[in-house]
Design a protein around this ligand. Structure first.
Ligand code: AMP
Length: 469
């Protein structure tokens, strides 16, 4: 039997194909039947243009539902979907195209799908086995070359089914979709849950307060990055009434601040469900749908995911194994071998621990670890202390080269206050080597498209902070 992911997803489409799949803010909808037909025609166009099973189909375009058609058509044709961030520059795209050698590179998805309407629909999906490649996701690598995470049909299907079950999706749900679709969050996590339940999505090109508030009147599930939730909270119109229709708000792709979790609960009476994932494994852990959701914890490993802490200490690099963990990095066998243990666990590069209940707590990326005067400083520990201090909205702690200590702890803080007073307060609560040596106030922290604070940018910006003289 074919294990083509498209067939697995399409098996969840509603029996009544006139049901909407995409609902638009400006009114109007695209039904599951229309989607299915366009996917079949677009798959036929890909095949007619010479795309063979295993060939890459690259897509770089602003978010549109036509991009979803391309994704599904690539799967159906047995090809490998390669989404690229619309913000990538020509030079960056050039690198990806040379590295991935796609058979087709689509930049106008709307026109491509439109042009496919004259093709006879492709019948059955091209047979694929679980191990065959379905997608390559280039990681937002902050150092060195960006790596292409190879995800198979089996990887994505296993994760889709686990999430659909864990988060209790039903055909009665309506998912608010405001995420980009070049990244696993909006592309796999969100779309697959909707398809497996055959539910509609409120389809927004991006996060904009007014449209999201309107969409929430219809939606029962919202998925977002933490900045979506802080932006909602900054809008006084977002209140209990505005959230009343939604059964679960899900957050991930970057850490959710405990203060955001608490403020959200105060404002709406709902606890955000935080989960943890990455391009290399889609979703790894989740707080429970039923049961306690705890601020700061990313919950329990999903069924089928084995998770352990490497290095023999209580806190260390999180290692994972399971059906959704990717097969390796595209054309980087050495890098792949380095990142897997002898017994087949993937080293995530995230540092964390498990509490006695089995919950997972993440304390940051291993490469963000600061070594000051020979001591390890976990930025997260310092950030948690700073974030509680009066005047501090959010902090990002980094190491900057220091003539005496190797690295000196630096806090970059959104908020206002007095540097000396914050340092003094931090020193009361933390060992001296962990307390920041400098606190710098800023209006904004640099973030990528998924809301992750770009610590590499901060490290560069403050590289000379402690320069001798
Ligand atoms: P990406 O591959 O771009 O999705 O980035 C994955 C990384 O985002 C992970 O390795 C984590 O460092 C981070 N991440 C994702 N979800 C969370 C979360 N809930 N809490 C903390 N970090 C997260």
């Amino acid at each position: 039997m074919s294990e083509n992911l498209y067939e697995i997803l399409a098996a969840g489409f509603p029996a009544d194909r006139t049901k909407p799949c995409f609902l638009f803010a400006e009114g109007g909808a695209v039904s599951y039947g229309e989607l299915e037909d366009l996917v079949a025609r677009t798959a036929a166009r890909l095949v007619a243009e010479g795309v063979r099973p295993g060939d890459r189909v690259a897509l770089q375009a602003e978010k549109s539902w036509a991009g979803v058609v391309i994704y599904l058509a690539a799967l159906k044709a047995g090809a490998v979907h390669l989404p690229l961030n619309a913000a990538y520059t020509e030079a960056e795209v050039d690198y990806f195209l040379k590295d991935a050698e796609p058979a087709v590179f689509i930049t106008d998805d709307v026109a491509y799908v439109d042009g496919a309407k004259g093709f006879e629909p492709l019948g059955d999906a091209v047979a694929r086995s679980a191990d065959d490649l379905a997608s390559i996701i280039y990681t937002s690598g902050t150092t060195g070359r960006s790596k292409g995470a190879m995800l198979s049909h089996g990887n994505l299907a296993a994760n889709a089914v686990a999430l659909h079950d864990a988060w209790g999706f039903t055909p009665e749900d309506v998912l608010l979709h405001a995420l980009p679709i070049f990244h696993v969050h909006g592309l796999f996590v969100a779309l697959h849950c909707a398809f497996l339940s055959g539910c509609p999505m409120v389809w927004l090109p991006k996060f904009a307060d007014a449209e999201v508030l309107k969409g929430l009147q219809q939606a029962t599930v919202m998925m977002g990055v933490p900045t979506f939730y802080t932006r909602l909270l900054a809008n006084p119109a977002f209140d209990r009434q505005a959230a009343r229709n939604v059964r679960v708000f899900i957050s991930g792709s970057a850490p959710l601040l405990p203060s955001t979790f608490a403020e959200f609960e105060d404002r709406t009476g709902r606890r955000i469900l935080e989960r943890y994932g990455m391009s290399e494994a889609v979703i790894i852990t989740s707080n429970p749908l039923d049961g306690d959701r705890i601020a700061g914890s990313v919950g329990y490993p999903l069924p089928g995911v084995e998770l352990r802490i490497g290095g023999g200490e209580e806190t260390g690099v999180i290692e994972i194994r399971g059906p959704s963990v990717f097969g390796g990095y595209w054309r980087m066998p050495e890098k792949t071998a380095e990142e897997f243990t002898a017994d087949g666990f993937f080293r995530t590069g995230d540092v964390g621990r498990r509490d006695p209940d089995g919950r997972v707590w993440i304390s940051g990326r291993a490469k963000d670890l600061i070594i000051s005067g020979g001591y390890n400083v976990y930025p997260k520990e310092v950030e948690l202390v700073l974030d509680e201090l009066p005047g501090v909205t959010e902090s990002a702690v980094i190491g900057a080269p220091h003539p005496d200590f190797g690295e000196g702890v630096v806090a970059v803080v959104i908020g206002e206050g007095n540097e000396a007073a914050l340092i003094a307060e931090a020193r009361r609560q933390l060992a001296a080597y962990k307390a920041p040596k400098r606190v710098l106030f800023v209006d904004e922290l640099p973030r990528n498209a998924m809301g992750k604070v770009q610590k590499n940018v901060l490290r560069q910006r403050y590289a000379d902070l402690f320069a001798a003289g």
